[in-house]
Design a protein around this ligand. Sequence first.
Ligand SMILES: NC(=O)c1ccc[n+]([C@@H]2O[C@H](COP(=O)([O-])OP(=O)(O)OC[C@H]3O[C@@H](n4cnc5c(N)ncnc54)[C@H](O)[C@@H]3O)[C@@H](O)[C@H]2O)c1
Ligand SMILES: Cc1cn([C@H]2C[C@H](O)[C@@H](COP(=O)(O)OP(=O)(O)O[C@H]3O[C@H](CO)[C@@H](O)[C@H](O)[C@H]3O)O2)c(=O)[nH]c1=O
Length: 316
Amino acid sequence: MTKHLLITGGAGFIGSNFIFYLLNHTDYSITNIDLLTYAGKNIEIIPQAQKSRYRFIKCDISDPDQLSKVFDQKYDVIINFAAESHVDRSIQQAHPFIYTNINGTFNLLEAVLSGKASKFIQISTDEVYGSLEPNDPPFTEKTPLAPNNPYSASKASADLLVRAYYKTHQLPIMITRCSNNFGPRQHPEKLIPKVITNALNHEVIPLYGDGLNIRDWIYVEDHCRAVHMVLEKGTIGEIYNIGGSEELTNKQVIQLVLQQLGKDEGLIKHIEDRKGHDRRYAMNSSKIRNELGWKPITSFSEGIQKTIEWYKDKGI
Ligand SMILES: NC(=O)c1ccc[n+]([C@@H]2O[C@H](COP(=O)([O-])OP(=O)(O)OC[C@H]3O[C@@H](n4cnc5c(N)ncnc54)[C@H](O)[C@@H]3O)[C@@H](O)[C@H]2O)c1
Ligand SMILES: Cc1cn([C@H]2C[C@H](O)[C@@H](COP(=O)(O)OP(=O)(O)O[C@H]3O[C@H](CO)[C@@H](O)[C@H](O)[C@H]3O)O2)c(=O)[nH]c1=O
């Protein structure tokens, strides 16, 4: 029987890529709910052949009244991508992060508890584990949570609520924690789209601090494929780390993107560091690789080429 999924945050970067992935690779029906914040701009035209399997409802997941209206049917799965996602904004103003990332997740868990969906997948982040020193081994699913900024603290709080509903109520949940995504449809407040759009517009590229902070980059479609595998084959109650195993300093990332754009490094400008800036993230993904047979297939350089092409086509 065709599955009917409730996807939250499907107008954002990863959620929209995930919806396109599912529409192209499965026969699932999808209800996409999104508040359409400044980051929710990816409400795109769904091809005619797929329209009958898709609907969009504007909804704030933190508002129980609005949320109750989307449960005009029971869903097989809720996949929660909706979040305030930008660390710099959480340092400026934390309230929306608490409101959406914690309260929103709580409301969705309550909906599952009252029988409105059969399964719940929480889309989380490597940032909940905090920061690594240069020689530390990558994060595993057993690494203790140690978030360092309001965004990551709100995501870790949500993860703990998900865990608690599993332990207390045996709610059928799973959690995925992914490293830094890049690819089409990402908001240009994030590093890679900012480098691409600023460079194409001959604008300065701000590099925080010494530029030697390390992130583990993954092409968004590899993340989408991993979440799909967790949905199909994951074990209830489990956490799955997802990483690209492409550790690069921010300076290297910018240099590689500029090289592929044929642009000059003179555009890079070192600026004041981010407060509480995590030094290094790196993911050990051996659990999802060994248990579910997933691995990333797009190299950093190939993913950057596709991403650049998408932003150029969009007319930046
Ligand atoms: N971007 C990454 O590198 C990355 C890595 C790991 C995990 N994640 C997680 O993946 C998820 C998606 O991240 P993203 O980069 O696509 O974020 P995004 O900011 O691009 O998209 C978030 C979406 O959530 C929607 N939203 C915000 N508040 C809402 C609310 N109250 N109700 C309903 N919708 C709301 C926004 O309108 C937007 O469409 C987030 O949960 C994030 O924590 C992101
Ligand atoms: C926007 C910007 C960022 N940076 C630096 C800060 C970080 O070390 C690195 C990447 O920054 P961002 O693109 O904001 O991503 P980061 O803070 O790592 O967080 C991202 O990756 C996380 C997963 O690790 C996700 O959970 C977050 O939602 C997502 O936003 O680049 C700069 O040097 N200059 C910039 O202008």
